[in-house]
Design a protein around this ligand. Structure first.
Ligand SMILES: [Fe+2]
Ligand SMILES: [Fe+2]
Length: 244
């Protein structure tokens, strides 16, 4: 995946005017349609968390950088349409990143991840794709709820989430998603109604990374893959990899 002649970094991508315009437009479109926040905060969280997952698992620096780029651009397809935005985003990304001079093989790895990040049409297909899926699907939090999204189930569930973070337990090869919900505002059942297929995708993604995946809501393991701690005390060697 390395090409020492031309190494495009996250900062090159972040400063690109077309990328900036696409992220801004994608967020504005989704806000208008009543979706949760998909702007700079979301893509920055996903970028950092994708990179952190790869770093915690010991991947090389260049793979981590590509993960950061992938996370940053993964939702630009929403500037075209919410439907199939993974696929349209991949098409847009390839062209922009190629013009920036990104190594074609690295570019192909990135678009594979972007094009497979939505659970309706995608499956984890490579390392970047797996880390991206987990980072993206973990971003459920009250800070994502806009004025127009409070009244539906997505708004209620996100509004109820007081805290969310991912940990990587490298020793036991477990990736854990911790969610703390205010059950007066929503319920685990409602969370599962909208997040079940995303959580199943996280299980698949963790498997590709050689790990198991655990979903822990309000200190209860929902998918029971391992007998794991469910408190805020991290296991020995376990790292919190989420970034807000
Ligand atoms: Fe997306
Ligand atoms: Fe996303």
């Amino acid at each position: 995946m390395q090409n020492p002649q031309k190494q495009i970094t996250l900062s090159t991508v972040k400063n690109h005017l077309e990328i900036k315009a696409l992220i801004q437009t994608a967020n504005a479109n989704l806000e208008f349609l009543g979706y949760t926040e998909h702007g700079h905060r979301h893509v920055s969280y996903v970028s950092k968390t994708t990179a952190n997952i790869l770093r915690a698992l010991g991947y090389p620096e260049r793979t981590i950088e590509l993960g950061a780029i992938t996370g940053y651009i993964h939702d630009i397809g929403n500037a075209i349409n919410r439907s199939n935005h993974g696929l349209t985003g991949a098409m847009l990304s390839f062209d922009i990143l190629a013009r920036m001079g990104l190594d074609p093989l690295e570019n192909a790895q990135i678009i594979s991840a972007v094009g497979n990040h939505e659970e309706q049409t995608g499956n984890p297909v490579n390392i970047l794709s797996a880390a991206l899926a987990i980072a993206d699907k973990s971003d459920a939090h009250r800070s994502r709820v806009g004025k127009r999204t409070m009244d539906d189930i997505h708004g209620r569930v996100n509004l109820s989430i007081l805290k969310n973070y991912i940990t990587v337990d490298k020793e036991n090869m477990v990736i854990r998603l911790f969610i703390y919900m205010d059950t007066k505002l929503s319920a685990t059942m409602e969370f599962l109604q909208i997040y079940l297929t995303r959580m199943l995708m996280c299980e698949q993604a963790a498997k590709l990374l050689g790990c198991s995946f655990e979903l822990i809501i309000n200190r209860t393991i929902i998918n029971r893959q391992n007998q794991s701690p469910t408190s805020e005390n991290l296991a020995k060697g376990e790292k919190n990899v989420s970034e807000s």
